[in-house]
Design a protein around this ligand. Structure first.
Ligand code: FE2
Ligand code: MN
Length: 298
């Protein structure tokens, strides 16, 4: 593929006003925290006081995040390549920060595990539901973009990666950390990292929402496909929640409430769909100018 023209030496220049470029600017300020600067000494002390069962519940959640961050780091590139092939320079510039942030998230959880002295094979916590999502659906859907950047392929990728894995699974995971460790004042270093992660992820999900809105505005029939895809994935989120609770003792102060957890996940799904649906009655130009806060960007 040859370049037809260079964007930044054309009269067009960079479109500094559009959402992806504003996310890029935001990421350069907020996405530069260093996982190695987070003090985990109190976490190590708190960890030693947890019961073996509490430790296991915490390691299970960390093990899911650890491999999840690794998977999203490995699987983002095909999307970046597809966006670059389409000459969407501002979007690609934003995506460079996205990939850097996922790398830091991967580093962060490994630092936590190292500090806690956890060196076991944590794949025992990757249930068949987890493997279906992270070992199969996510890489397959993303790798399709290596040879296919049709609106359908891009929509599927963003639904799986941004809406489902980030928007539903990761958000539910943060909720669980908050309602177990943070609620009990435990492991402040881990929680500090999670606060940074959540902020980074709000930009990632914001970009995905923008991308899907753009695709729907260009091709309204795609909305039904997006909705169907999310509905097809929903039972996997519920199964994953269920498995996470299976070994919990409901009377344990670190245990999360099953109904609240399920409701939280279901609400995230609904929220994502509502935001994408708004693209139906907006012009493409309006979508490019959408303020970050309307996409939930922190
Ligand atoms: Fe991440
Ligand atoms: Mn992310």
């Amino acid at each position: 593929m040859h370049h037809q023209q260079m964007i930044t030496t054309s009269p067009r220049g960079l479109r500094e006003d559009i959402l992806p470029f504003r996310l890029y600017q935001k990421a350069k300020k907020l996405g530069v925290w260093d996982p190695r600067d987070i003090d985990l000494s109190q976490d190590v002390q708190d960890w030693a006081k947890l019961t073996p069962r509490q430790q296991e519940g915490t390691v299970r959640l960390i093990a899911q995040f650890q491999a999840g961050e690794e998977a999203v780091t490995l699987d983002l590139l095909p999307m970046m390549m597809a966006i670059a092939r389409q000459g969407r320079l501002e979007e690609e510039m934003y995506l460079t920060t996205f990939l850097f942030e996922e790398a830091k998230h991967t580093e962060f959880f490994r630092l936590v595990l190292n500090a806690l002295g956890v060196r076991d094979d944590l794949s025992v916590y990757h249930s068949s539901t987890y493997r279906t999502i992270f070992y199969e659906i996510l890489p397959e859907t993303m790798q399709r973009l290596l040879h296919d950047d049709s609106p359908e392929a891009l929509a599927d990728a963003s639904v799986v990666y941004n809406m489902f894995v980030e928007g539903v699974l990761a958000e539910t995971g943060y909720w669980s950390f908050h309602n177990s460790l943070a609620k009990n004042g435990l492991m402040p270093g881990l929680m500090k990292g999670i606060a940074y992660l959540k902020q980074d992820e709000s930009r990632h999900i914001g970009y995905g929402t923008f991308l899907l809105q753009r695709l729907v505005a260009e091709n309204p029939a795609l909305f039904d496909r997006i909705q169907a895809k999310l509905m097809e994935l929903a039972p996997l989120a519920m199964a994953l929640n269920q498995e996470g609770l299976a070994d919990d003792d409901p009377s344990d102060p670190l245990a999360v409430d099953e109904t609240e957890l399920m409701n939280f996940s279901a609400k995230q799904l609904q929220l994502r769909l509502e935001k994408i649906a708004r693209a139906k009655d907006r012009s493409l130009d309006e979508l490019y100018r959408i303020p970050e806060d309307q996409l939930g960007v922190l």
